[in-house]
Design a protein around this ligand. Structure first.
Ligand code: FEO
Length: 392
């Protein structure tokens, strides 16, 4: 794809990666992604904002064939999907300087071996004039590495945010046209990458608010020409108040734990609680992460294997702990054969979840009447607690 004009002197560049299905060898990308770079040409100087993943360097370098001069290369983020083509760009433009935060400079030297003398650091709020356009650099750390920053192009009211506010979507749409599709992709991205840092993201959002913003141009996914769409979504996601929802990731080896899960799902639904049920043997882990953004309670369905939890459940619990969602309550249900320490073992996997642990429901073999009564009690307890806290 060729460069695409956004405003006079402002162009989208980059690559659409239709076929990528995994990021960081961990995160599913069902809709592919894009690596967006942006060219800003002032009356005197020119800046390139971010580059592309090294696997797609040839596409960006081909787009740059018609660009005679680049004076600055703004590196919002040192992760390789944006910084990986910097070495080729600064080789082509021998006088270009890389611009980064002080932490970003350190990371670009460490990760990409970029010569330190090619990098200029900028303070929070510093501006750089390109002639009739000026770039304002806003430090927005921890979206999702410590060095990240955002750039505001005041003459055109464009905010370039890199990963922040982005979405993993491969599309030919330069601007968001299918909001429902991009909403899910952006929420998935937030859940998998940004959620642990929501406290600092709230501060970053305060920093960018107050500016007039016509376009938000991230480095993944389409540009937002209705910025309130993504800003309003983020406000809800980063708030600490969850919804009246329960997530139940589980696995079942012989059907007993599944029977318990299905009974509890029905009991919660009867009490007006929204439930998301995930069989970890088949689920897309990204879908699980999306529901963790808003849920108030997690119920982990864990059969016992050799006294502890099934390893697939252990993985999901570890992941939920790492993502640090705004959950308020947690518990465990499941079946065991002859003995179990599943509660202690699973609890040990989620130390970073600041949750109240509700009474677990474990049964030896298949569930009987008393077990179903205990599940009814658990459903009562969850529904009451959600109501007491005003979760809706
Ligand atoms: Fe899109 Fe953190 O890289």
């Amino acid at each position: 794809m060729k460069a695409r004009k956004i405003r006079d002197g402002v162009y989208w560049m980059g690559a659409v990666d239709w076929d990528r299905r995994l990021f960081d060898s961990l995160i599913p990308l069902p809709d592919g992604t894009s690596y967006n770079a942006y060219l800003v040409q002032g009356s005197e100087e020119t800046a390139l904002l971010d580059t592309v993943d090294p696997a797609m360097s040839d596409i960006l370098m081909s787009q740059l064939e018609s660009v005679p001069q680049i004076d600055y290369l703004v590196a919002h983020h040192a992760e390789q999907d944006h910084s990986g083509t910097i070495p080729l760009v600064i080789e082509k433009y021998a006088n270009a300087k890389v611009i980064a935060t002080p932490k970003g400079k350190e990371m670009l030297v460490d990760h990409l071996r970029i010569p330190a003398e090619r990098i200029i650091t900028v303070d929070d709020g510093e501006t750089l004039s390109l002639g009739d356009k000026a770039l304002e650099f806003i430090h927005t750390p921890w979206v999702h590495w410590p060095e990240t920053m955002t750039t505001y192009l005041r003459e055109d009211n464009i905010l370039f945010t890199c990963d922040f506010l982005g979405s993993h979507v491969a599309t030919t749409d330069l601007y968001v046209r299918d909001e429902a599709r991009v909403y899910e992709a952006a929420k998935r991205y937030y859940a998998e990458i940004m959620m642990p840092f929501r406290k600092i993201i709230r501060k970053n959002m305060e920093k960018i608010e107050g500016r007039e913003i016509d376009l938000i141009a991230p480095s993944h996914g389409p540009i937002y020409d209705r910025p309130s769409f993504i800003l309003d979504a983020y406000r809800g996601w980063v708030s600490e108040k969850p919804k009246n929802a329960v997530v139940i990731p589980y696995i079942s080896m012989h059907g007993s734990t599944r029977e318990m899960v299905e009974y509890l799902v029905g009991a919660l639904a009867e009490r007006g609680v929204t439930v998301y049920q995930f069989d970890l043997a088949v689920t897309d882990i990204g879908k699980l992460a999306i529901t963790l953004v808003d849920a108030a309670t997690i119920v982990i369905g864990a059969p016992t294997v050799n006294v502890g939890p099934h390893p697939v459940v252990a993985y999901a619990a570890y992941l939920a702990n790492a993502l640090r969602p705004k959950l308020k309550f947690a518990t465990i249900i499941g079946s065991y054969g002859w003995n179990t320490k599943v509660v202690e073992r699973v609890a040990g996997l989620i130390p970073d979840l600041k949750v109240e642990i509700l009474d677990p429901v474990l049964c030896k073999g298949g569930p009987r009447e008393a077990d179903f009564e205990a599940l009814d009690d658990l459903a009562d307890s969850i529904a009451e607690k959600h109501q007491e806290h005003g979760f809706s």
